[in-house]
Design a binder for this molecule. Structure first.
Ligand SMILES: CC(C)(COP(=O)(O)OP(=O)(O)OC[C@H]1O[C@@H](n2cnc3c(N)ncnc32)[C@H](O)[C@@H]1OP(=O)(O)O)[C@@H](O)C(=O)NCCC(=O)NCCS
Length: 166
């Protein structure tokens, strides 16, 4: 399979925050934002792999500033790192005040998606082309996160096995 550039799967979604998405304080529900983040990452994974994909993990997600009714939310998804069947996607969210145009970063998160075949078994995806020094730096940083993530996953599985619940 031929490697692909991150530019081929880069995705941007914009949403106006409306009442069905807000709580009693006129701020966006955290769960709704997670849904949009997962949706954007899912599009990136699909565009890169052209396979079925499942969300494998969402790394710690910090909500840095509230997003208000009437704000314009921009969610970008970019592929950082690929192994055999797994893709790390960075999703950044900015919020823009509709009336002033002031923009702030609201969250930054890393999701991993695993490409699966018709039986739900992990399957190969194209590699990621490293074209610039910046691509290389991002790939190497993601590699460290991937090692930490997999060590945590192995520990969780080992603990669950001990309790006979995995
Ligand atoms: C993710 C899933 C397909 C992995 O299947 P598995 O048989 O446990 O996979 P393996 O242990 O053989 O690992 C396969 C690959 O997935 C990666 N992986 C497995 N579980 C992962 C997880 N939870 N997070 C990140 N990566 C994961 C492994 O590192 C490996 O990567 P590589 O092929 O690139 O080297 C399986 O655990 C699953 O279906 N989980 C549920 C997914 C889901 O329902 N998501 C939410 C709704 S879409």
């Amino acid at each position: 399979m031929e490697s692909k550039s991150w530019k081929e799967s880069y995705t941007e979604l914009e949403r106006l925050v409306l009442p069905p998405d807000t709580n009693i304080f006129n701020a966006l529900y955290g769960g709704r934002l997670v849904e949009w983040i997962d949706n954007v990452a899912g599009i990136v994974a699909t565009r890169h792999s052209r396979r079925r994909n499942v969300t494998g993990s969402i790394d710690s997600l910090f909500f840095l500033v509230p997003i208000h009714l009437g704000d314009i939310v921009t969610i970008t998804g970019k592929l950082n790192y690929v192994t055999r069947s797994t893709m790390e996607i960075e999703v950044n969210v900015t919020t823009e005040e509709g009336l002033t145009g002031t923009r702030r970063v609201a969250t930054k998160s890393f999701l991993t998606y695993v490409a699966v075949d018709q039986d739900g078994k992990p399957t190969d995806v194209p590699g990621l082309k490293i074209e610039t020094e910046e691509d290389k730096r991002i790939f190497e940083e993601a590699e460290i996160r991937s090692k930490n993530r997999l060590a945590l996953l192995a520990k969780i599985k080992a603990d669950l096995k001990k309790q006979d619940t995995y």
